[in-house]
Every structure is written in C-alpha cells, then in structure tokens.
Design a protein around this ligand. Structure first.
Ligand SMILES: Cc1cc2nc3c(=O)[nH]c(=O)nc-3n(C[C@H](O)[C@H](O)[C@H](O)COP(=O)(O)OP(=O)(O)OC[C@H]3O[C@@H](n4cnc5c(N)ncnc54)[C@H](O)[C@@H]3O)c2cc1C
Length: 392
C-alpha cells in the first residue's frame, strides 16, 4: 500500500516512478478489515485512488457481556473497509508497465547523486531515489539501519473474517451491523462488518472482521511459531501451516470465554494468528534512500491507523520533494515532518495496549490500564478518529 500510495503521489508531481513487488502474483484476496480515518480518506482522495464503494458504514459501537447482552454503546459513525478494496483502488492509479511483480529488493548502492538497486532475480536499476515501502520487516531498512528491529509487544491476535451468510440470525441481528467489543481480563475481542469477496457490499454477502487479542510471552510465541511439520518460523506461521492442536486449544478457549455471537464468528471462520510488534525508526532518510509506511514505523494496531500513516507519509514526501529544488532538502523536510508522526503513533499504540496489562512499568501505564478496564473508555479510545490531535 505504501508503494502504491507513493507512486500515485509522486507521479502527480511529475516523477517517473516504478514499483517493484516481490510477490510473483497480484496481491489479492487478503480478507482483513481496515478501520478508516479522516487522514486515510484524504490520502485516497488526493492520490487519485478515490473513495468509490469504500466499505461498510457503521453507526455505533457496542460492548457485550459474557452472555452476549449489550452493556454499553456509543454513537460513532465510521467506514470500515478492507485491505482488498484499498489495494484495488490504489492499484488502478498505476500504469501496468510501471508495476513489476516478482522483483525482490536485495541491496542498494549509493553514490551521492542516485542509487543502484540490485534485485534477487539478478538484475539492477539506477534511479534518483530508492523508497523503502517494504513493510515492517523491510529489507531496505535492514541494509541502511540494521540495528532497528521491531519489538514484540507480549501479545498476539487470532483473526478471521466469517461470511455474513454463515453466521446465525441472532449474530447477524445483534452484532453484525456494529463495531463490537468484548473485554474479558487481559483480552480484547473486536468485530466489525467489512465487504465480502470481490468487494461485495450487498447485505448477506459481506464478512465480519474478527480480532481476538491474547497475551503470550516470547517463549510461548516461539512455540506457537512451530508449524504442523515441526518447522520453526521466525515471526508468524502461514495460515495453512498453523498447528491443529493450537487451533483446537484456541477453539476450546473460545467455548469457555466468548459470548455466543463471537463464538459463532469463531466457529464460522478460518483462523490465523498475528503476533503484534512495534517500532519507530529515529531517522527516515539515509542519503538517497527513504523509508515509508510500515518500513519507517509500525504501531500496535489499536488505532487502525497504519494505512492512514502510509498514505500520509507518501503525500508528505511528494509535497516535500515538489516544493524544493534539491532532492536532499525535500527529503530532509519529509524526515522532519513524518518521523515524529511515526513516534506519536508508536507511543499511542503502546498506551492503548496497556489494556492488556503486559509489562506495565510506570505509574502512567498502570493508570491507563485502570482506565481502560472500563468498556466505555475502550470504546472512546480504540480506533477513534483524530487521536493525533492530542500530540500537536
Ligand atoms: C493485525 C493488524 C491489523 C491492522 N489493522 C489496520 C487497520 O484497521 N487500519 C489500518 O489502516 N491499518 C491496519 N494495519 C496496518 C496496515 O496493514 C499497514 O500499516 C499497511 O498495510 C501499510 O503497510 P505497508 O504498505 O507499509 O507495508 P506492507 O503492507 O507490509 O507491504 C509491504 C510490501 O512490500 C513487499 N516486499 C517486502 N519485502 C520486499 C522485497 N525485499 N522486495 C520487494 N518487495 C518486498 C511485500 O510483499 C508487500 O507487498 C494493521 C496491521 C496489523 C498487523
């Protein structure tokens, strides 16, 4: 997404820009939900991607008790979209000839006036700039700033997106139209409606984005990352390889912990887990190399702001390059404006993560933990718009 946003914005200021994606096939069918924020809508509009059929609008948030009864609610209209929809909107902004699948960044050389980028496939390209839009495990960042590594938060999420049609009538009526919370001790369960496959927004054809935060120390996570064949993965396990005993244990926990509607979601979906990491690079520019989006910083997903930050980074970079005669000055402005935003997102994500009660060290963190034990407080803090205003 950062790569596509960056291409769209830089093309508007007259740059020739090529996107190199390591995947050999089009990135489609990733069924995860994305909360939208005003900054994301602005970036989609300004980049030319537009907001056409963006997603499902919900009008309120609700919190459930263990029996599935509504114990709190909050009016908060919000559009919930999906990774697939955003990818499709952004993908159409780029000329097919400038989007190169199956090209994997390997290393970069710099000579002061440009870069030579080498790809694992054996070829290389010369350019004025290399923009590392290659995600939280960025290979570009690993070369220019090898000491910066994402930090494990101490918790992970089980996720999935059951089809609306597969859910029970009671689940469809009581939680499907809403942004729903269930908050047992040291856990969070969050759900909201998103489009169905091929961006189908028709009632009956949508999906419900299900997220269940669970605490696990680093040792437990390492064991979880051993797959069905006994192979240990470093960060996470591809969904089809997740061990059956882990899924069986998770489903048993679900029976014991979840309200009936969320249990119905769990029983109707193919679950996978994502460990939560975060970091913020103290510097985004390294000569003629700049980091964008998750490669530059990645906050815990409690704000649902990663996509908005990616769009904002790309837009700020184009504005900075477009308003300076010298590339270095433009890059310096980009660094000055966007590095603090990544830092604020990092801090805010950690603040909201206090709800899970992991590694609370300061009195402020303990106070935040206490505040967020209340369902209403969580509805007021999680994935709400304009949270950055508090940092300006
Ligand atoms: C659990 C979870 C929930 C989230 N929820 C939300 C939400 O509700 N709202 C929201 O806005 N954001 C959310 N995010 C964050 C969001 O997904 C990211 O911030 C967003 O995708 C921007 O990422 P990116 O484009 O910078 O990196 P990525 O999406 O990681 O993309 C990096 C790309 O680079 C490619 N690549 C990697 N290495 C190479 C290489 N060596 N050579 C060539 N290509 C390479 C990858 O294949 C990939 O296509 C969530 C994240 C997580 C983990």
């Amino acid at each position: 997404m950062s790569g596509l946003f960056t291409a769209a914005f830089l093309r508007q200021i007259g740059w020739d820009i090529d996107v190199y994606e390591r995947s050999r096939v089009e990135l489609v069918g990733r069924g995860v939900g994305i909360t939208t924020h005003p900054e994301l809508l602005e970036a989609l509009n300004n980049s030319g991607a537009g907001l056409d059929e963006l997603g499902v609008e919900v009008h309120k948030r609700i919190a459930l008790d263990r029996a599935g009864r509504v114990i709190a609610e909050k009016h908060l209209p919000q559009i919930l979209t999906s990774w697939d929809r955003l990818q499709r909107l952004l993908r159409q902004t780029i000329d097919a000839a400038r989007y190169h699948l199956g090209r994997t960044f390997e290393r970069v050389e710099q000579d002061g006036s440009g870069v030579v980028v080498h790809f694992s496939e054996g070829d290389c390209e010369r350019a004025d700039l290399l923009l590392g839009c290659d995600g939280i495990r960025s290979g570009v960042r690993a070369q220019v700033a090898p000491t910066i590594e994402p930090i494990y938060s101490g918790y992970y999420i089980w996720r999935g997106a059951p089809n609306e049609a597969d859910l029970r009538p009671q689940t469809r009526a009581s939680i499907f139209p809403y942004f729903t919370f269930y908050l047992p001790a040291q856990q969070q369960v969050i759900g909201y409606p998103i489009a169905g496959l091929n961006n189908d927004l028709r009632p009956g054809h949508r999906r419900y984005n299900f997220i269940w935060y669970r605490v696990a120390d680093a040792q437990t996570l390492r064991q979880m990352c051993v797959d069905e064949a006994g192979h240990a993965h470093k960060y996470s396990v591809p969904p089809p390889l997740i061990r059956k005993d882990l899924i069986a244990q998770m489903r048993a926990d679900g029976e014991a912990i979840l309200p009936p509607q969320f249990l119905d979601c769990l029983n109707s979906m193919r679950p996978f887990f994502t460990p939560i990491y975060d970091f913020s690079a103290p510097q985004l520019v390294f000569g003629r190399v700049a980091l964008i989006g998750d490669a530059a910083s990645s906050a815990r997903p409690h704000m649902g702001f990663g996509m908005a930050k990616a769009g904002g980074d790309a837009q700020a970079l184009a504005e900075a390059l477009g308003s300076h005669d010298h590339i270095e000055e433009g890059l310096a402005q980009y660094n000055r404006l966007r590095q603090p935003i990544g830092e604020h997102c990092l801090q805010h994500g950690r603040k909201l993560g206090a709800h899970l009660g992991v590694n609370l060290r300061t009195s402020q963190e303990r106070a935040m933990w206490k505040l967020l034990q209340d369902d209403r407080a969580m509805m007021n803090w999680i994935a709400v718009p304009n949270f950055l205003a508090a940092y300006q």
